[in-house]
Design a binder for this molecule. Sequence first.
Ligand SMILES: Nc1ncnc2c1ncn2[C@@H]1O[C@H](COP(=O)(O)OP(=O)(O)OP(=O)(O)O)[C@@H](O)[C@H]1O
Ligand SMILES: [Mg+2]
Length: 281
Amino acid sequence: MDGLFVAGTDTGAGKTFVAAALCRALRRAGIDVAGVKPFETGCDPNPADAEALEAEAHSGLPIDLRCPWRFRTPVAPAAAAARERPAIAHGTMFRAALAVARRAARERFAIVEAAGGLLVPIDGARTNLDLAAALGLPVLLVGKNALGTLNHCALSVEALRRRRVPILGLVLSRGLLPADASQRTNAEWARRMCCVPVIELPRTTTGRAAATLSRAFLADLPAIVRRGKRLPEEGEEARGRSRPPALRASAEPRSPRRERCPGGQPDRQSAGGNGRAGVSR
Ligand SMILES: Nc1ncnc2c1ncn2[C@@H]1O[C@H](COP(=O)(O)OP(=O)(O)OP(=O)(O)O)[C@@H](O)[C@H]1O
Ligand SMILES: [Mg+2]
């Protein structure tokens, strides 16, 4: 499978904005891409996120193969399903979501967007984190660039590491948030606390965001896709040979010293686990 799982530290963090920009960047790089939103709530009745992703991805896939679970009530998927479709058998939603994402990722590069934050329940027993872990795709975490984000980012990264889910990086999006003093220092502190590449996105357009994310994360992606998900050899990343150049240039923490990682050692699985996309820190 090829793809990325775009997870959030919160709802409204900028996942759709980032995922749509990634779809645009990949498509412009000549890669067939699909934007998948397995669960969408707050549909009116159209699923706005799934439509925003498709507007950039141009996959042509029918909506049921991109967004199989659509609910009107703007609450967590598990809560919306309990209210709107209580007869759905346990496990059905999760299995169908997995199947749709896997199918999209077999034929195209799948950008899969979570519904809300990582530990939001998507059925009676599972969360977005369970979906990310079951898919085995690297996660791009999106957080708000605002006061309070460091705690949300650190907790999210810790949850991903506990489940050994590879983390591609963290995007801090200013989005439509008002200015606050933390925005000058959040990225640097997030690097030090989370030990992952951190990219700041100002309030911007999808086109500019696509260019920024390309430079940060996607420089090597066409090659990675073409050469069939070649993983870094043991020790290779430490010698710096397998790192995407753009990651080195723009996402490297300025002082990536291990003792500055209170959340634990940088996750080794990011570097070599299923490592479809390169990670540096
Ligand atoms: N860097 C940015 N520049 C401009 N607008 C942004 C940026 N980041 C986010 N936004 C805007 O902020 C709002 C919230 O972002 P978005 O819908 O992507 O969040 P989300 O995490 O997908 O939310 P949900 O949990 O509902 O899926 C949207 O109107 C989006 O267009
Ligand atoms: Mg969204």
